[in-house]
Design a protein around this ligand. Structure first.
Ligand code: NAD
Length: 468
């Protein structure tokens, strides 16, 4: 009697899919740029054909406005796909490097080879983009991939699963739905690389699990990203940008300005312009922001409670709510809120806010502002609003951050020629364009001798070795 192994499907167990992917990985490694781009093209077409479904899913998950899903989830993803289409063939070619004199007769190059089995764990705040963008990078590098989208956005996660099942056999790409328990099962496996996007706390769990197999990791994390508005800033433009960046996706953006450092001399005009911007964006006809179709919601009750506690703790310890503060638990609604009079003793100045609350910290000298920034973990983003090159340089030289944008916000995520990512607590490793390609590849150094030998290094030794 012969036994046949059960056919692998998208419903097979985590272990069965992992084993099948491991067996399939060498075949994926042989794919050409054209074959990888054909796979990425499938994803691109599917998204375009199902864009309405996707926007609807994200709206159902947390009232994400279509424009914010288009900008935040799909925009950067489309940039990544277009950029990869244009450059992949060149990225995949061996990168020649110069030959040092003692190696005369050789040629050397860097060969980008796939890591192999890749695990992508994604968050809920940009539930589609932050799951599929790493998938595109992983496919472009010839890897096989297991995806674990967030359990907090079930409609989007189901759409991701549907897409992957329609487009890929499970030995190439597979999706596993579920919460931390499923992620824990996945993390037990000896992946070659893990691309994790989420909180620093879970990032540490992921890194500890990866250490068991010496799996390499990319950790795209978060934290408290400051925005500095100095005395030379264009107040109206700065206020508008900060209002947009703070309340976009209801403040649930890893690169959102978390707190504001504003020079004492421009604090009042800035806050006036800020209030006017918020009014224009979310209350143009005098109604409350909860009537605005452009205002997203907190993702769920847990996070609503967390942000509410941050406001309550601050108020109890002496902060003033000088804008917003209205809450509606039934709808996970928190109005665009500004807190003044905050101190380091308040949780709102210690934890990542990840909600529509802006604490204001006035400062008198640049060094004072730098002390606030440098007494915290290195941020994912540091934003500077300033008209003074001297001030900008002064701040840049005395801080460290994943990325910095001067006189604007957010564009670091959509700029494919810049490395996107954090530093230490805000992240390890970079993505976007070639940086993502590099991250998901093993850079193999290759030296090939074309003629001659360095025979003088063999015994019996002579003093020629000293000339090396
Ligand atoms: P999270 O860390 O709670 O969850 C992220 C993913 O990890 C989810 O898929 C979740 O199921 C999984 N997970 C949760 N607990 C786990 C555990 N114990 N073991 C293994 N996996 C586990 O993050 P979140 O709430 O989804 O997202 C918000 C955080 O992500 C914020 O800190 C934000 O700054 C950060 N973030 C960073 C980026 C970036 O690009 N750097 C982008 C978006 C969000």
């Amino acid at each position: 009697m012969t036994t046949t192994s059960p056919k692998l499907t998208h419903q097979s167990s985590i272990q069965a899919v992992f084993d099948a992917q491991r067996r399939h990985a060498p075949q994926m490694a042989l794919t050409t740029a054209k074959e990888r781009l054909e796979r990425i093209g499938r994803i691109h077409r599917w998204i375009q054909e199902h864009e309405a479904d996707l926007l609807q899913a994200m709206r159902a998950d947390f009232r994400k406005p279509a424009a914010e899903a288009l900008l935040g989830d799909l925009g950067a993803l489309y940039y990544e796909i277009r950029h990869t289409n244009k450059h992949l063939a060149r990225w995949m070619k061996p990168h020649r490097v110069p030959t040092p004199l003692p190696l005369l007769g050789t040629s050397s190059y860097v060969r980008y080879e796939p890591k192999g089995n890749v695990l992508v764990i994604a968050p809920w705040n940009y539930p589609f983009g932050l799951c599929i963008k790493p998938l595109v990078a992983a496919i472009s590098t010839g890897n096989v991939v297991m995806l674990k989208p967030s359990e907090m956005t079930p409609n989007t996660t189901r759409t991701i699963k549907r897409m992957v099942e329609e487009l890929f056999p499970p030995e190439e790409v597979a999706v596993f739905e579920g919460d931390a328990a499923v992620a824990t099962q996945l993390l037990d496996l000896p992946f070659n690389h893990i691309f994790f996007t989420g909180s620093p706390a879970v990032g540490k769990i992921v890194m500890a699990a990866a250490a068991k197999h010496l799996t390499s990791v990319t950790l795209e994390l978060g934290g408290k990203s400051p925005v500095i508005v100095d005395e030379t800033a264009n107040i109206k433009a700065a206020a508008e940008q900060v209002a947009w960046g703070k309340y976009f996706n209801n403040g649930q953006t890893c690169i959102a300005p978390d707190y504001l450092l504003v020079h004492e001399s421009v604090k009042e005009p800035f806050l006036r312009a800020f209030r006017e911007s918020v009014q224009r964006m979310y209350n143009p006809n005098g109604q409350s922001a909860d009537q605005s179709e452009s205002y997203c919601r907190i993702v769920n009750k847990n996070h609503f409670g967390r942000v509410r506690r941050l406001i309550e703790d601050a108020v109890q310890k002496g902060a003033n709510v000088t804008l917003g503060g209205q809450l509606n638990e039934a709808d996970n609604f928190i109005a665009p809120t500004v807190l003044e009079g905050v101190t380091d003793q308040m949780a709102v100045m210690q934890e990542e806010i990840f909600g529509p609350v802006l604490p204001v910290v006035p400062y008198q000298t640049a060094d004072e502002a730098l002390r606030v920034i440098n007494s915290r973990e290195k941020p994912l983003a540091l934003y500077i609003q300033s008209g003074s090159r001297r001030n900008i340089d002064y701040i840049m030289q005395r801080t460290s951050a994943g990325d910095t944008v001067v006189n604007d916000l957010f564009w670091q995520f959509g700029h494919m020629d810049l490395p996107f990512g954090g530093v230490n607590n805000s992240g390890i490793g970079k993505s976007n364009g070639f940086f993502g390609f590099q991250e998901l590849s093993n850079m193999r150094g290759v030296i090939k001798r074309d003629f001659g030998t360095a025979r003088f290094i063999y015994p019996p030794y002579t003093n020629q070795i000293e000339k090396l």
